[in-house]
Ligand binder design. Structure first.
Ligand SMILES: Cc1ncc(COP(=O)(O)O)c(C=O)c1O
Length: 413
């Protein structure tokens, strides 16, 4: 659906909206709309997925998983989870504010805080909830937030759920960001607290912005910084600690969020910061106080993944080598890509409106990848979004590039 279609849809009464949306997506299923493809078995570099026509499960090569280091099916992690189930059971039976907080939660929070260069951290059931957590726990209509225009849906949704006045900015244009701050300050004076959030490794293209300059501008203007490094943990930095390690800026932001559902291969997320800020979240943020604590096997999986990051640097090194190899191979085949620093490689096609059909053809040929279309990215910037894993072999990457080449020729000619 194009932008005009979406605006029109938003204005419709609910019943019309429901009918229109439902029939639109039924039709789109035929055109290659593949959200919610059903898989089977552990998430790895290959996986069984349901065939679009036969409904049978068929093994495909996976280049669309955020489990960048293959930890979601790693023997050490699985062993540690089994041990934890025997020792601690499964669920926590309550919110961390009441009965659902254990020594395992506390130890992991402190370990994650240390990794982030902060004093304390809170664990949440996912990155989405973690972004709701800091917005809900810190902001009200006396404050202002300036958010990265590429922010994840969770940040935008969280902001819209509060009464905090908001502005967005383009992290690729920090001169404009500075001007926006001056404009806001001249309108509201120095009293109001301004918060700003930006992505570390950018989820739409894997790039890292000029973070040092962004931090400098925020500090000069007394702005509280929240970094969403969902895709940075485990993928960038010499030991996989994320964007701040990569840029030598550990400890330079006020709050940092990273999810454990991507390179860490499990689920859950953390927000780290100073004792005072984390105290506020722990005691006043609804998404932390009113939801159950992370289940014990998840705590064990995250801890085991951190052991691997600390003790086996080759996982992160191999991911970096694989990303560079894949970027070279795609460019050699003439594809326009963005060379980012993380596991994400966006691939663009000359013709508009073809990416969904190319992806459908790839799936038919045995390659699972994701796409990004409007409204996730601006019209004309639709892309295939490949996620590289440290466990992909050169042969598998070559095969994927061949398939993308052949599928795009078939669809575009
Ligand atoms: C930038 C960003 N923030 C937050 C999230 C949400 O993380 P989770 O999947 O753990 O809820 C994502 C997930 O894709 C993301 O890309």
């Amino acid at each position: 659906m194009d932008s005009r279609g979406l605006i029109e849809l938003e204005r419709m009464p609910f019943k019309d909206r429901l009918t229109k949306q439902y029939s639109f997506y039924l039709k789109e299923l035929e055109n290659g709309y593949m959200m919610g493809r059903e898989g089977f078995g552990p998430v790895g570099k290959t996986m069984k997925y349901k065939d679009l026509h036969t409904d049978e499960f068929r093994e495909v090569l996976v280049f669309g998983s955020n489990s960048y280091l293959g930890f979601s099916d790693h023997p050490y992690v699985k062993e540690k989870v089994k041990e934890a189930v025997d020792l601690y059971g499964i669920g926590t039976g309550g919110s961390p504010a009441f009965s659902g907080y254990t020594r395992q939660h506390k130890e992991l929070e402190l370990r994650l805080a240390k990794l982030a260069g902060h004093e304390d951290a809170v664990l949440l059931p996912g990155g989405y909830m973690a972004n709701l957590c800091w917005v809900n726990g810190l902001m009200n209509n006396n404050d202002i937030i300036i958010y990265d225009k590429n922010s994840h849906a969770s940040v935008i949704n969280a902001i819209k759920m509060t009464s905090v006045p908001f502005y967005s900015f383009d992290p690729d244009n920090l001169d404009e960001f500075e001007k926006l701050i001056s404009k806001i300050r001249s309108r509201v004076g120095d009293e109001k607290q301004i918060f700003s959030t930006v992505e570390g490794v950018r989820s739409i293209d894997g790039k890292i912005i000029e973070l040092a300059r962004y931090i400098e501008i925020c500090k000069a203007n007394n702005i509280i910084i929240i970094l969403d490094d969902a895709h940075g943990l485990g993928t960038v930095g010499a030991t996989g600690k994320g964007t701040l390690e990569y840029l030598n800026l550990i400890g330079q932001v006020d709050l940092r969020m990273s999810t454990c559902s991507k390179a860490i291969g499990a689920q859950g997320a953390f927000v780290s910061g100073s004792k005072e800020l984390i105290f506020l979240l722990r005691n006043f943020s609804y998404p932390y106080v009113f939801t159950s604590g992370l289940a014990q096997p998840t705590i064990a999986a995250i801890s085991a993944a951190l052991d691997l990051l600390e003790n086996e640097p080759h996982h992160v090194q191999q991911l970096h080598a694989n990303v560079a190899y894949m970027q070279d191979r795609l460019e050699q085949r003439g594809f326009k890509i963005i060379r980012g620093e993380s596991g994400i490689i966006p691939v663009f096609f000359e013709q508009d409106g073809v990416v969904r059909l190319i992806n459908k053809e790839l799936y038919r040929r045995g390659l699972f990848a994701n796409i990004m279309e409007y409204p996730m990215v601006p019209p004309g910037l639709e892309r295939l979004r490949l996620s590289i894993m440290s466990i992909h072999t050169k042969e598998e990457m070559d095969k994927a590039v061949d398939m993308i080449y052949e599928a795009s020729r078939l669809v575009c000619n």
